[in-house]
Ligand binder design. Structure first.
Ligand code: HEM
Length: 282
């Protein structure tokens, strides 16, 4: 049987982005649950395998989330037309941080999930600008937008992990028993990037047949606002691209810095060129 406190040798990486992805791969491979230390020093069981996340999410002996989620984004939030006008007043060919000037200020539904919706918007914009062929598909076939958002959720799950607590002893097999009172870090991000579930999981491809992910959680505590968040993200991205059809990343996608966090998976900044006042041939 695993001694929880003695085995907490892995420290959860709080640097976000590619560090979260790399650690999810390691933790998924290491076992059904791995004793870890959270960035604030607390011990927890990290659970990264999709089937174990599903099992524990539905288990009556596991609490709802115990830590408040990422802090909701608070007003002031101008209306979208004002935001777009403010952007249009910016230079066409100098880098603008689209997260600070647009996505983070959008009037998306306030509350628990607002940061996640903003992260979904940022990741999707970055992937579409990095993959212009896929963006072109969406422009000619707008019915494909749900494919783009689902694929974005699969590759860049916005709520990377949530913290729960075992209310009773739970045997996970492989010699791992989570004891009553112990914290469980449910990793929602790992499943969509699992090479046993998806071929070349790190590649963004709106045409892939299965985009299975756990981005909205599973079981009784899964996100009640998933449809709304998807709709808000789609509208926010489409109106931006309608107004700025030549929007470009200002740096290569791999140089966009992640937001340091182990719970919310977002970018820290999203540098773009608006290119709205350039001559047509540019
Ligand atoms: C892309 C956007 C969003 C993502 C990826 C997301 C993801 C999630 C996840 C993973 C959970 C499960 C937490 C757990 O297992 O403990 C959750 C729960 C929840 N979400 Fe969202 N969410 C999003 C948007 C929103 C929005 C816009 C709202 C509404 C304001 C919202 C409200 C909630 C609430 C209230 C819960 C708790 C449900 C419960 O404990 O029964 N979410 N969300």
């Amino acid at each position: 049987m695993t001694d929880f406190s003695a085995r907490a040798s892995v420290k959860i990486d709080g640097r976000g982005g590619r560090y979260l992805y790399a650690q999810a791969d390691e933790l998924r491979a290491a076992g059904p649950a791995v004793a870890v230390e959270l960035p604030d020093g607390r011990p927890a069981w990290s659970v990264s395998r999709g089937e174990v996340v599903r099992f524990l999410s539905a288990h009556p002996g596991v609490s709802g989330h115990v830590a408040p989620g990422p802090e909701p984004i608070t007003p002031p939030r101008p209306d979208v037309a004002t935001l777009l006008d403010e952007l249009a007043a910016q230079p066409a060919d100098e880098p603008i941080d689209l997260r600070a000037t647009y996505s983070r200020r959008l009037p998306v539904t306030a509350g628990f999930g607002s940061r996640a919706t903003v992260a979904l918007i940022n990741h999707t914009i970055r992937e579409l600008l990095a993959n212009p062929d896929q963006l072109a598909t969406l422009i000619t076939q707008p019915n494909r937008w749900p494919d783009a958002l689902e694929e974005s959720l699969r590759v860049h799950c916005p709520v990377a992990s949530v913290l729960r607590r075992a209310e009773e002893d739970i045997d996970l097999g492989d010699g791992v028993t989570v004891r009553a009172g112990e914290a469980i870090l449910l990793n929602h991000l790992a499943h969509g990037r699992d090479p046993n579930v998806h071929e070349d999981p790190e590649i963004f491809d709106i045409d892939r047949a299965s985009k299975e992910h756990l981005a909205f959680g599973v079981g009784p505590h899964s996100c009640p606002a998933a449809d709304r968040a998807l709709l808000e993200a789609e509208v926010a991205i489409r109106i931006l691209l309608d107004r700025f059809p030549r929007l470009h990343l200002a740096v290569p996608p791999e140089r966009i810095p992640p937001l340091p966090s182990f719970t919310i998976n977002d970018v820290a900044t999203l540098p773009v060129l608006l290119r709205h006042r350039l001559a047509k041939a540019a």
